[in-house]
Structures are given as C-alpha cells and as structure tokens.
Design a binder for this molecule. Structure first.
Ligand code: HAM
Length: 453
C-alpha cells in the first residue's frame, strides 16, 4: 500500500528542524523578555468556539468532526479563541494585565500552495487586561524586535484601526452583519467588489465616496491629518483615529518608526474591534503576510467581563521561509560531539559505559550499536559531524586508557579513562551535571578502570 502524507501537510527533516528550532527559540526568548509566559491549549475544541465570531472566511475552512459521544469538535484554525476560552475558564480572577504566548499547530482546509498549508504553526501572544493604545504599541514593537533579531530587514508593518470604517458604517445604519461582509471585502483589497457591495447595501453616495477614498489611504504619520479631514464629521471614527495617532507616538517611544499607516487593513477574522496590524514580506510572493493581530472583543462575546485584549500571531512557517531567504543563518550546531567506537566485540560493553558517562555530562555522544567494522564506524562518525571519536581498544584498555581521535586534525592521543571529561573541557560544550551525576560518572569510570586490574 502506498500511503502518502495528507494534502497540505509536510514532513520536516533534520536541517529544517534545526532552523525551525532556532527561529522558535529566538522568538520565545524575546517574548519572555517582554514578560510573556507560555501556555498550551488543546489541539481540538468545541466547534462553537470558532463558529461564534471568527468570520465566514475561517468558517469554511474548519476541520470539523463528531467524536464517539456525538460532540461537535473542531481542530483549532487559530489560537486567539482558545486563549479567550482559557482566560474565562481559568484566569478571570488573576491580576491584570496577563501576558501569554503560545506555539502550536493550526489547521485550515485551504487550497494548498506555497506558504499556504492545511497544517501550519503559529507563534503568537495575547495581552489581556492591558490598555489601548499602550498594549498595542508594545506588542507591535515586540513583533518588530523579533524580526530584527532574526536578521530580517525587508518587512513592512501596516497599522490601522477598524473603529474608523466601522464608525462611518454605524452612522449610516448598516447592520453588523452587513458591516462584517463589507470588512471581509476591504480585507481582500478588492476595490470593484467593494463598490458593488456598497451599492447593493444602498449606502449613500457621500459615505460611499469617503469609504472608497479611505481604504486606499496609506503612508507614514502625515496621512493621519488627511484621514482626519475626510472623517472629522464622525465622532467615533475621529476617536479611533486619535487613538491610532497615540499608538504611533508610543510605538516611536518604543523605538520603532518604520511603520506604514494603512486604512485598508480589515483583518480576515470578525472579532477585531480597534487597532489592527499586518506584517508583510514582499519577497514571499502571494502569501506575503507573515503576521497579523490587533485588539479584539472575544472575551465579552464568550460571556466574560469586558476586558481589553490585544494580540498577534506569526505565521511560523512563513517566517522560517523568510529566515531561509534573507535572515541571519546561525552556524548549524554539530549534531554530535563524540562517537564511541569499540575496536573489538569484547569492548562493546565498555564502549556503552563510556558513552553513558559522557552523556551524563550532556556531551552529545553516539555509540556503535550495530557491530560495524572500524572503517565504517569512522565514516559514520564523520557523516554525523562528530568532533572526536573514542576508540576503545583491548590493549589500551588494559592500561586504563582509550584513544581519542580528533576528526578535524586527524591526530590521535592516548588518554587516561579517568581524564576523559577533563580532556574535553574547553574543547566541546560540556553540561554542568549535579553533584550526584558527577559522583556516579566518576565512580563508573573508576569501575571501568578497576575491572581491568
Ligand atoms: P491570521 O492572520 O488568521 O490571524 O493568522 C496569523 C498568521 O498565520 C497569518 O498572518 C499567516 O502568516 C499565518 N497563516 C494563516 N493561515 C495560514 C496557512 N494556511 N498556512 C500558513 N500560514 C498561515 C490569526 O490567526 C489571529 N488569531 C492572530 C491574532 C492573535 N490576533 C489577535 N491575537
């Protein structure tokens, strides 16, 4: 039977995993530097969690199934709704703000293409109980910090505020449902489609003109003034614009000023209510959006108390692609420091003991498990990138010694078994085991030596 991977999924091999781990640990380090703590939620949730307010786009992409008890469940398409649920279940009484971050896979039934997968990973954060626009600015500054730390330069952060368009639509009496439809089209950036839906919903020509001009406006801080001239008759839109300007001021105080103000940002999910932002890397092509986020009101929608919440998520897979293309590639870790090679069958158990003693010191060690000839072991050690090979030969061993072969210089030297760890100090990374392990290791090396006598 020829079993293939499901469509839209991937396998990751060693080099790819090393790069993914590097990106993951860099982002974790930065998130933690801003005071975020990690959480984990289930891979599947009650279907209703995602059907309540995620928007039509996501609804059509949900992996939905019934379990044996007839419950309607869904593989999570994103993590903001699960975190809002977790907050209501576990954290409502905790003092705020609460800063949480997550790393995990999401599932969307998409038409797979480059950068668009059915299983993909998000690394993101949610800040619950903070205040806008301070929280929004800190989050955007943190996202930029992550990208800079990964060595990326050609990213663009576009920032908007949904309150501006929604304020104008509210004034014309457009229902919430119709507004969501309009926002979904704004999100797609389809101007003609927008014109036709505004006509269909019988929006008056003045509002129509304002909206069409508005969604096309983007630039640096100076465009705030132009937007204001267009919308200043509307109180709530003006309030949202003032908030956006404050956000930019704080963001600059956090040290990031390379942003673009973009009135056409609407986000594909329906739960956003205030500031929104998206990050693009144009060299990725069609799937250029590597991150999105903003302020949302999911917690009240799920029945929790009113609490300001802001967050964002990196599309982790797209970010890894960017690092491959243009980030700072960290030198790849050697996979192995030492390979232990018994020269004869009789030395097999001693080789295992030595390998185990080194591993207790967190020295990356492999040992021959298949009884290969020395030549084959050396070529395997070489292909694994081992820095040293320990040759365990009978004659040396009788004298309490092993031969250490340096795989770079190809030089060999005899080393006393009790001195192995000391020999490696300063040459390869050695962990710092606790006292018990130090004692056990030195006893086991002594034992090896004692058995010889
Ligand atoms: P989103 O924009 O739907 O937002 O997804 C976040 C990121 O995930 C996108 O910017 C994109 O890079 C990546 N992504 C989305 N779909 C795919 C896919 N099929 N294949 C590969 N990457 C993909 C959210 O999910 C929100 N929960 C973000 C958020 C957090 N808002 C507030 N807090």
């Amino acid at each position: 039977m020829d079993i293939q991977r499901p469509r839209g999924t991937r396998d990751f091999l060693f080099d790819e995993m090393r790069l993914r781990k590097h990106v993951e640990s860099t982002l974790r380090r930065i998130f933690e530097a801003y005071g975020y703590q990690e959480i984990k939620t289930p891979l599947f949730e009650d279907l209703a969690l995602f059907t309540m307010k995620s928007g039509d786009g996501i609804m059509g992409q949900i992996y939905h199934f019934q379990d044996k008890g007839g419950r309607d469940l869904a593989l999570r398409p994103e993590l903001t709704a699960p975190v809002a649920r977790l907050y209501i279940n576990e954290l409502q009484k905790k003092s705020k703000p609460i800063k949480m971050y997550y790393y995990g896979s999401c599932f969307r039934y998409e038409r797979p293409q480059k950068g668009r997968w059915r299983q993909f990973w998000q690394l993101g954060c949610e800040l619950i109980g903070g205040k806008s626009p301070e929280s929004e600015a800190e989050i955007i500054a943190m996202a930029a910090h992550c990208l800079e730390e990964l060595g990326l330069e050609d990213f663009e952060i576009h920032i908007g505020n949904l309150g501006i368009i929604r304020g104008i639509l509210d004034e014309t009496g457009v229902s919430k449902e119709q507004q969501d439809k309009i926002m979904a089209i704004v999100d797609k950036g389809e101007l003609e489609e927008l014109k036709s839906i505004l006509k269909e919903f019988k929006i008056d020509s003045n509002t129509n003109n304002i909206l069409i001009r508005l969604v096309d406006m983007n630039g640096h801080r100076e465009i705030i003034k132009k937007v204001y001239e267009l919308i200043n008759h509307n109180k709530s839109a003006s309030k949202a614009l003032i908030e956006l300007e404050e956000l930019l001021e704080i963001l600059e105080a956090f040290g990031f000023s390379k942003y673009t103000v973009n009135m056409g940002i609407a986000r594909g999910l329906d739960y956003y209510s205030g500031a929104v932002f998206e990050i693009y890397v144009h060299s990725l092509g069609a799937q250029k959006q590597i991150s999105g986020g903003g302020t949302y009101n999911l917690i009240e929608l799920f029945g929790g108390e009113q609490v300001e919440s802001t967050g964002f998520a990196f599309g982790f897979d797209r970010l890894v692609e960017c690092v491959k293309k243009c980030g700072i590639q960290k030198p790849q870790n050697k996979t192995l420091d030492v390979f232990v090679a018994p020269i004869s069958k009789d030395m097999k158990l001693n080789a295992f003991k030595i390998a185990q003693a080194l591993r207790k010191y967190n020295i990356k060690t492999d040992v021959d498990l298949v009884g290969r000839k020395l030549k084959k072991i050396l070529s395997q050690a070489d292909s694994l990138g081992a820095r040293y090979v320990i040759l365990v030969g009978e004659r040396d061993f009788e004298e309490g010694k092993i031969t250490l072969k340096d795989m770079k210089s190809h030089e060999q030297e005899l080393v006393d078994i009790l001195e192995i760890i000391t020999f490696f100090k300063g040459k390869i990374p050695i962990g710092c085991p606790n006292e018990k392990v130090v004692l056990e290791t030195s006893n086991s090396l002594k034992d090896i030596k004692k058995n010889l006598r």
